[in-house]
Design a protein around this ligand. Structure first.
Ligand code: IMP
Ligand code: MG
Length: 174
């Protein structure tokens, strides 16, 4: 078993997600926003965030797989599930669970920019700035966290723990 230590409580997540939703609502006043969830990690955050946005929201989903070890990515990214709708001329926000090296996201941004959205912003729940290898501009960050492997609220270790309502550090890995 892995030992879990709570890093961000359910209540702190709720409050921060509320703030981010309010900020996005202000920034997109008078516009529609197309929220793109990067599966599977971003799903909990995306649905909770969308509930806090009061301008019109459309949602789409994308799944990418990075060819890497279980706890780090190589930056070689494959689209496993593409978006259903075109993003041309739309105001798009990519919703991510966590930015680590930045490789996955910088690749995604490149792909999506080629599809001519009107605007493209990035919103991540968690950021590990110490781990950054590729420079990506992130517009909205929930929490900056130290260089620890975390699970919960969408994030997994070997596909487990995504359902935890809080973020925890995995202390012992078998
Ligand atoms: P990057 O390409 O290195 O930025 O990797 C980002 C992806 O790696 C995230 O979308 C996660 O799927 C995964 N990842 C990075 N750090 C963690 C972590 O601490 N816990 C769970 N998944 C992580
Ligand atoms: Mg992810």
């Amino acid at each position: 078993m892995n030992n879990l230590k709570v890093l961000i409580s359910e209540n702190d997540l709720k409050n921060r997600v509320k703030d981010l939703g309010a900020q996005i609502t202000r920034d997109y006043a008078g516009k529609n926003v197309c929220v793109i969830c990067v599966l599977k990690g971003g799903v909990m955050f995306m649905v909770d965030l969308a509930k806090e946005i009061t301008v019109p929201v459309t949602m789409d989903f994308m799944a990418v797989s990075s060819y890497g070890s279980e706890t780090s990515s190589t930056g070689v990214v494959k689209i496993v599930k593409d978006l259903d709708e075109s993003i041309e001329d739309k105001d798009v926000i990519i919703v991510e669970d966590i930015i680590d090296s930045g490789r996955t996201l910088s690749y995604l941004v490149q792909i999506l920019k080629d599809r001519s959205p009107r605007s493209l912003k990035i919103c991540t729940l968690l950021d590990k700035p110490e781990r950054r290898v590729v420079d990506v501009h992130v517009d909205y960050v929930g929490f900056s966290i130290p260089d620890e492997f975390v699970v919960g609220y969408g994030l997994d270790y070997k596909q487990l723990y995504r359902n935890l309502p809080y973020i925890a550090i995995v202390e012992e890995v078998e």
